[in-house]
Ligand binder design. Structure first.
Ligand SMILES: [Fe+2]
Length: 367
């Protein structure tokens, strides 16, 4: 990729095509001291106030800099390497991670060990990398005193508070407003599909686990839905098209949001799964379409619930499980509450936390 000049026009050549760069695009990137605050990297001018007929009077390439005199009297010196990074037109950090598909054969997941300097360490960078590859990580030895989960979450980013509070306690109780607060088995599900936006990442911290059951279960929604796409394309298609209503209601709030069970991005690639069959309501569609939808949802549920895709493990006290609520489904096996205490604490954070931290650590360690 390189920049070329021809008669006061600037071109971008990516090796196969050559395109002219709009003069205004260059003008709004003027970054000398009076136009860009060095500390915040924020503009000191508003480009929407500029004359839209910006043109180039003179352009020159000098070493690694593109020197331009614009017709509004501004002279600039733009770093060519910085400009060409922008031509990639994507997030250059997150795009470098590839999701690794996994199923019940997944072995040797790397655990991380908590320490007091964890949040600014290279291990945190590796942890976040692993999180983006597999959709979850387990951190051992995280202190359990004074709702430490909240401190931990805030050391990565910011807790996403919900009507369940800043954090929530998962233990069986009488008169629960969610089945999580019983000792029943919980089938694979995603959390809070009725929120807008759905919390991105769930942290679950084991405080006590004295019972013989109560294993945590995880399923990779990415693997399952990619396999469904190959094996049952009609099922996949309808599940990516029909928006259903998810609803939560208790004495204080009624939450509701609509989404496909498999939500794709603008390029029709995987973005998010929502699955919580106790809470979803499909609209009244034509009978044939609903017929296909119900078959597809049943198949998807069979896959999510099959042993082929599920991993099971027991969280020990001080273990903290961090999982991607847009990619993974989670659940637990049943347990006998009379055997002893089982007490987990949970909270949510959003992707801006982990992504921001990852970019920061990458910058800090020059990876
Ligand atoms: Fe859950």
């Amino acid at each position: 990729m390189k920049i070329e000049l021809n008669k006061n026009k600037v071109f971008f050549d990516n090796g196969s095509t050559k395109k002219e760069i709009h003069p205004f695009w260059l003008r709004e990137r003027v970054d000398s001291e009076e136009f860009l605050d060095k500390g915040t990297q924020q503009r000191l001018f508003d480009p929407t106030f500029l004359d839209s007929n910006i043109s180039i009077k003179k352009a020159n390439i000098n070493n690694n800099f593109l020197e331009i005199d614009f017709n509004d009297g501004i002279n600039s010196k733009l770093n060519i390497e910085k400009l060409t990074l922008e031509f990639l037109n994507k997030d250059t950090i997150l795009q470098t991670f590839n999701k690794k598909k996994w199923d019940s054969n997944l072995k040797n997941i790397k655990n991380f060990e908590f320490n007091n300097d964890f949040s600014e360490s290279k291990e945190m960078y590796q942890l976040l990398t692993s999180f983006y590859e597999y959709g979850f990580v387990v951190i051992k030895n995280v202190p359990t005193n004074d709702n430490f989960i909240v401190k931990f979450a805030n050391s990565i980013g910011s807790v996403r508070r919900t009507n369940f509070g800043e954090h929530f306690n998962v233990k069986s109780k009488t008169d629960p407003n969610d089945l999580a607060y019983t000792s029943l088995q919980l089938a694979p599900h995603t959390d809070n599909p009725y929120r807008n936006p759905v919390p991105c990442i769930q942290l679950l911290h084991c405080i006590e686990n004295e019972v013989s059951g109560g294993y945590s279960t995880l399923v990779d929604g990415f693997t399952v839905t990619e396999n469904l796409k190959k094996e049952n394309p009609d099922f996949y298609k309808i599940l990516t098209e029909v928006k259903v209503r998810f609803k939560f209601t208790d004495k204080e709030v009624v939450l509701e949001d609509w989404s496909e069970l498999i939500h794709l991005d603008d390029n029709r690639n995987f973005k998010q799964v929502r699955f919580s069959p106790r809470l979803d309501y499909v609209p009244v569609l034509e009978k044939e379409k609903l017929d296909l939808y119900y078959k597809a949802r049943k198949k998807l549920s069979e896959l999510y619930n099959s042993k082929k895709y599920r991993i099971e493990f027991k969280l020990e006290p001080k273990d903290l499980l961090m999982m991607d609520n847009y990619r993974l489904l989670h659940g637990r096996t049943s347990y006998e509450a009379s055997e002893g205490n089982r007490f987990l604490q949970g909270c949510y954070i959003d992707y801006d936390s982990t992504e921001g931290k990852l970019r920061h650590l990458k910058r800090k360690f020059n990876f």
